[in-house]
Design a protein around this ligand. Structure first.
Ligand code: FES
Length: 232
């Protein structure tokens, strides 16, 4: 694939970080030793992407290069290497479908087929209304609950053709379902329930039911927002 396939043809003339993000950038750069500010390239790309409808225009690449005293090509190399960065527009609901061996053996091809049947798009494509896009990616690091789809920041696990179809229907109505295993597995626990450390699990359930456990965020986005808020 050439860089021209990865980068959007239509580019905005300019990009500027919001004042809120400028304040965050100062804090991020200050975490690295003097002269090592290039290490901040990944968080800055992430900020640019979140600010700009989930994709990074070339003007943002140039601005980040200038800000971190890096060659533009080095920033572009990072942004084009990781599938977590988008260099062209993606759908409001961006599906990253893992096609690596464990997910493939557990039915990721059925999930691709479901997306094709319901939305008529394949990897790298976006629906005409801009609501959905899909990209086949490499291992998302949640193989124990394969097959996995990441939608924006969140993981949906243990999917099959039918549950993938319901997932798409929920997002079509702008009603994101609860994240995690669609079979309601707790973490990567066996489908039949815990087979070891059962006493520990009972203890956790008691703490949970007594309400002493901190409320879990509903989504990774909420978790990230809470963290940023706490560190601010
Ligand atoms: S192989 Fe799909 S999450 Fe690892």
């Amino acid at each position: 694939m050439s860089i021209h396939d990865l980068v959007a043809d239509d580019q905005p003339d300019k990009f500027a970080f919001s004042s809120e993000n400028e304040a965050l950038i100062k804090k991020i750069i200050a975490k690295y030793p003097e002269g090592k500010q290039a290490s901040a390239v990944m968080p800055l790309l992430d900020l640019a992407q979140r600010q700009h409808d989930n994709w990074i225009p070339m003007s943002a690449i140039e601005l980040i290069a200038e800000r971190l005293d890096m060659a533009k090509i080095r920033v572009l190399e990072v942004a084009s290497f990781y599938t977590m960065y988008n260099l062209k527009p993606v759908g409001k609901y961006f599906f990253q479908l893992c096609g690596t061996t464990p997910c493939m053996l557990r039915g990721s091809d059925d999930l691709s087929r479901c997306v094709k049947d319901k939305l008529n798009i394949s990897s790298g494509e976006i629906t005409p209304d801009g609501k959905f896009s899909i990209l086949e990616v490499e291992c998302l690091g949640a193989c124990v609950n394969a097959p996995i789809v990441q939608v924006n920041d969140d993981f949906y696990e243990d999917l099959d053709y039918d549950s993938m179809a319901s997932l798409i229907d929920s997002f079509a109505e702008d009603l994101p379902p609860p994240i995690g295993s669609v079979k309601s597995r707790s973490g990567s626990q066996a489908v039949t329930g815990p087979t070891s450390l059962t006493k520990l699990t009972e203890k956790q359930n008691v703490v949970k039911s007594s309400g002493k456990l901190k409320k879990e965020p509903n989504s990774l986005s909420e978790h990230v927002r809470n963290k940023v808020h706490a560190s601010g």
